[in-house]
Design a protein around this ligand. Structure first.
Ligand SMILES: [Zn+2]
Length: 241
């Protein structure tokens, strides 16, 4: 065994909330999130986009990427102010099937994990340092779709997000982190330059692994231990099915 492969750390967050309600196993506490930002800030890390990542070696010293999946309203109210305080950017992976209309998805309305309305998404996308990526159209597991459905999920989400932002969408996050070689081919065919996964990778730019931060984040050492990082070196599982 040689040295573990080193990667620029790419964190995967979902919903970040001021107060985690009892029994809420999903919301990430804002205080823990801020400790993580402070940790990188003190060490003079800067953020980069997935677009920049694709043009650089897989490990860039003092660089970190924060990604946010799905598109929760608290990106604007909780996450962005903290990122901006530290001068950090982020990549927002969202599935426009839910906020393509002006109505918030009924299932998530009003709760701590409400998804973006269209208006909120446009506001988030216009914030400084925010890169937008697709996350499918309707959050279906790509590995379970037939070829036609998969192509449609990739192409339609890209088109809607491009129309809403006026920018080219070049990166995609696999819903639930699930992918296989067929998904990778479809992602390339749809014109994306990068795709991010969960903790598994085929070693290409089309299944870039991400770190799910432990809950709650206390200190760097805890983070690295829990994530199998030494710092930012880790074993990557070979691709899933
Ligand atoms: Zn998701």
């Amino acid at each position: 065994m040689g040295d573990p492969v080193r990667y620029t750390p790419i964190f995967c967050f979902h919903s970040v909330v001021e107060n985690v309600a009892p029994g809420d196993g999903f919301g990430y506490p804002a205080a823990g999130f801020e400790r993580l930002l402070d940790w990188f800030s003190r060490r003079e890390y800067r953020t980069m986009t997935l677009d920049e990542y694709s043009a650089s070696p897989r490990f860039s010293p003092k660089r970190v990427i924060f990604t946010f999946d799905d598109g929760y309203s608290n990106f604007n109210t909780v996450v962005s102010p903290l990122l901006e305080k530290h001068g950090f950017g982020a990549t927002l992976y969202t599935y426009p099937g839910f906020h393509v209309g002006d109505e918030r998805s009924s299932g998530a309305a009003g709760g701590p994990h409400a998804l973006f309305t269209k208006e909120e998404f446009v506001e988030a996308a216009s914030r400084p340092g925010v890169e937008v990526g697709a996350h499918g159209l309707s959050h279906e597991n790509f590995t379970e779709l037939d070829a036609e459905e998969l192509d449609a999920e990739l192409a339609e989400s890209k088109k809607i997000l491009e129309d809403l932002t006026g920018r080219e969408i070049r990166t995609v996050a696999y819903p639930r982190g699930r992918f296989n070689s067929r998904c990778v081919k479809a992602v390339v065919k749809a014109g994306y330059s990068t795709a991010v996964s969960g903790d598994s990778s085929d070693g290409s730019l089309f299944s870039i692994p991400r770190i799910a931060p432990p809950l709650p984040f206390s200190e760097g050492k805890t983070l690295f231990k829990a994530s199998g990082l030494s710092p930012f070196a880790r074993k990557i599982r070979t691709k899933n099915t």
